[in-house]
Design a protein around this ligand. Structure first.
Ligand SMILES: O=C1O[C@H](COP(=O)(O)O)[C@@H](O)[C@H](O)[C@H]1O
Length: 225
C-alpha cells in the first residue's frame, strides 16, 4: 500500500486546492502530450470540486472527460451522474472538453459494453482519475457483493463492465479496477467522519469486501470533515 492522506481544514478549501491539483496534473501532461484524460466520480460529494475545476484555465479542448461509473438511467434523471457533470463540470472554461458518456441509451448496460470498450480505448492510461467512495467502501460501481465483482477486480478485466448489486438502486456500468488503478495520477475524494472510518477499515480488508482496497497501491486521499 502507498497512501498519501491529505486532510483539509474544511470542504471549501478541499474543493479549491484539489481542483487546482487536478488541473495542474492535466496541464503538466499536456506540456509533453497532445491530449489528456480526466475520469471523475458521480454521487453527492464531488459537486464543489467539479465546479471549481470548470472555472480553471486549461487547454480543455485537448482533454477528454469520462465518469468512473454511471447509473443506468436517462441523462436528465436526478440519479444520473452525467447530469451532475453537465451541471458542475462541462461548462464555463471546461465546456470545450470532449465527453465520453457512459450512458448509451441501450435497454441494459450489458448491451453497451462492447461499444464503450471501443470508445474509451484512446483515453487509457487515464491521466488523472478522481475516485469517490461510499460508506460501504464501494468505489465507482465496484460494490461489495456485486454480481461480477471478482471479474471487475481481476487484472485482465476489460475497461468497462455492467454490474448489479443490492447496494446499488439500479443496474450500473463501471470502469474496472485495473483501468482505474493504472491512472497516471490517482486520487480519492471523501468527506465526513463515517467515510474516513470506512477508508481506514478498508485498509485491513480484502478488495472483495472493500473494493476501494484495490486502489491503494499509489493513491492520494483528500479528506475534510
Ligand atoms: O453511487 C455512487 O456512489 C459513489 C459515492 O457517492 P457519494 O454520494 O457517497 O459521494 C460515487 O463515487 C459513484 O460515482 C456513484 O455512482
Amino acid at each position: 500500500m502507498n497512501i498519501d492522506f491529505v486532510e483539509y481544514p474544511d470542504r471549501e478549501m478541499l474543493a479549491l486546492v484539489l481542483a487546482d491539483k487536478l488541473a495542474s496534473q492535466l496541464g503538466q501532461h499536456l506540456r509533453t502530450s497532445d491530449a489528456a484524460s480526466l475520469c471523475v466520480p458521480g454521487g453527492t460529494t464531488p459537486g464543489p470540486v467539479l465546479e471549481s475545476l470548470s472555472a480553471t484555465d486549461l487547454d480543455w479542448d485537448r482533454v477528454t472527460v469520462c465518469l468512473g461509473d454511471e447509473r443506468w438511467v436517462d441523462g436528465d434523471h436526478k440519479r444520473s451522474n452525467s447530469r451532475l457533470l453537465r451541471r458542475h463540470l462541462l461548462k464555463d472554461k471546461a465546456k470545450d472538453a470532449a465527453y465520453i458518456d457512459l450512458y448509451t441509451g441501450d435497454a441494459e448496460p450489458d448491451d453497451a459494453v462492447t461499444t464503450l470498450n471501443t470508445r474509451l480505448q484512446p483515453i487509457f492510461p487515464i491521466t488523472v482519475a478522481l475516485l469517490g467512495m461510499g460508506n460501504d467502501m464501494h468505489t465507482a460501481s465496484l460494490f461489495p457483493g456485486a454480481d461480477h465483482l471478482a471479474a471487475a477486480l481481476a487484472p485482465d478485466a476489460p475497461p468497462v463492465m455492467a454490474i448489479r448489486a443490492d447496494g446499488a438502486e439500479e443496474p450500473r456500468i463501471t470502469l474496472t479496477a485495473p483501468y482505474l488503478r493504472n491512472a497516471i495520477n490517482l486520487h480519492l475524494l471523501i468527506t465526513g467522519p463515517e467515510k474516513r472510518e470506512a477508508f481506514e477499515r478498508a485498509q485491513k480488508l480484502d478488495p472483495q469486501e472493500a473494493p476501494i482496497r484495490a486502489m491503494m497501491d499509489n493513491l492520494t486521499v483528500h479528506w475534510a470533515e
